[in-house]
Design a protein around this ligand. Structure first.
Ligand code: GP9
Length: 411
């Protein structure tokens, strides 16, 4: 317990050290609107099919946003709920099952609770059954003021599992505009859920050879979400919320398509192991700051675990007393030695990419150049691999044994 506490204290110390960074508190008091987009992977960003951009609205918004192009989802079996955990609680998911289901009764330091303690009203929006992934219970524990779920929406655009994202965003903003400011609004989209098939009238891309394939259906559904997102941005502007809010958009996890042939065709090149891993694990992170501040493409490595610390850093709310793994990403000067750890023990610091062996044998693990994918001397990754394991083991200890509660009792 003491070792775990010490490990988290070191992370907290790193974040506290960054409080002198120029971005700390630069957007104090602004609203925060965060969108977690279903199965939204990074490889579609900036790409076209038959001359038409797959994500035209996001591409356009990226010109005035902070875009993290080397950003990863860190999910495991808990899929969407793991992404939510990483983003809003800044802990690693478990190797098996979902923390939302298995440990919803444990104590966590969450983004909504922290913001609530700092005068924010907090809401989470998701147009599906409130009990899915045990959200009703978990969101109560995370101290959201309101969880708007399927029963709070008019299903006026039935699509896929539930309500189409276009209507979902529109109805969510209807609710948001009535919210006391400053607010935190967390929206979980759904239309781009596996298996991605949209009605004919929704299919706007000319897919060519991809037509009739799941990969093609995936591109269509991402294109639809992009259009819905574009409408949402327009609406936020017309409601006067745009310049009063920090907007974040990121993908929750991969699309579960494992046939690499269409990916290779789409990317226009054969894909090596690292290319495939990046396609599978990278999701876009877009942060729009009021006035389009700091706009640009950033290739610093980061993951969903860094979202909560990033938001609190921008708002100037200290996380020195919180048990979080992540560190802020939107910084005046990036944090030296920053790593991103995946649930299987892989890690990257932007220079190397370590991939553990599936059979667990160290001699089958790979230490690769993060840019080229070329193999490097394994020793170059050994310290980082041990640190990654430590992060995962420590996170598991805390989650499974309710250690945050124990730490607090001893304070
Ligand atoms: C349903 C949605 C889907 O509420 O979160 O979750 P997923 O199947 O992607 O984990």
């Amino acid at each position: 317990i003491e070792a775990a506490k010490q490990w988290f204290a070191e992370r907290a110390g790193q974040r506290e050290g960054l409080e002198s960074d120029a971005m700390f508190g630069k957007y104090a008091g602004k609203n925060v609107i965060m969108i977690q987009a279903e199965a939204f992977q990074n490889f579609v960003i900036g790409r076209s099919v038959n001359g038409v951009e797959v994500t035209p609205n996001i591409n356009k918004l990226l010109e005035e946003s902070v875009y993290f192009s080397n950003f990863y989802h860190q999910t495991s079996q808990g899929r969407t709920s793991d992404a939510d955990l990483a983003a809003n609680i800044s802990l690693q998911p478990l190797p098996t099952g979902s923390v939302f289901i298995r440990y919803s009764h444990h104590q966590f330091d969450s983004l909504p609770a922290t913001l609530k303690d700092n005068g924010y009203s907090t809401s989470v929006y998701h147009a599906y059954d409130g009990g899915f992934w045990n959200r009703n219970t978990m969101y109560h524990n995370m101290r959201y003021d309101t969880f708007y779920n399927k029963k709070d929406y008019t299903i006026d655009e039935p699509l896929g599992w539930s309500l189409g994202d276009d209507s979902f965003f529109r109805q969510s903003i209807d609710k948001m505009t009535k919210q006391k400011q400053p607010f935190y609004s967390f929206l979980i989209s759904l239309s781009s859920h596996h298996p991605y098939a949209l009605p004919e009238s929704y299919q706007k891309l000319d897919l060519g050879d991809y037509k009739g394939t799941m990969f093609g259906d995936y591109l269509q559904s991402i294109h639809y979400v992009d259009i819905a997102f574009g409408h949402m941005v327009e609406r936020l502007k017309s409601e006067g919320l745009w310049d009063e809010s920090i907007l974040l958009f990121y993908g929750d996890h991969d699309n579960s398509i494992r046939d690499w042939e269409p990916f290779e065709k789409f990317m226009g090149k054969p894909l090596n192991d690292l290319d495939r891993l990046k396609i599978l694990k990278q999701v876009p992170l877009l942060v729009h700051l009021p006035g389009g501040d700091q706009a640009g493409v950033y290739d610093d490595a980061g993951g969903q675990i860094d979202l909560m610390p990033t938001i609190l850093h921008l708002l100037g709310i200290s996380t020195a007393d919180k048990y979080l793994i992540g560190t802020p990403l939107v910084l005046d000067k990036p944090l030296a030695g920053k790593t991103m750890v995946l649930r299987n023990g892989a890690y990257t610091d932007g220079k190397v990419f370590y991939i553990p062996a599936e059979d667990g044998l160290p001699e089958h693990s790979k230490c690769l150049d993060a840019a080229s994918g070329e193999p490097l001397d394994r020793n170059l990754c050994s310290d980082g691999a041990a640190a990654a394991r430590k992060e995962l083991v420590t996170s598991d200890l805390v989650v499974e044994n309710d250690l945050i509660k124990a730490f607090r009792q001893k304070e």
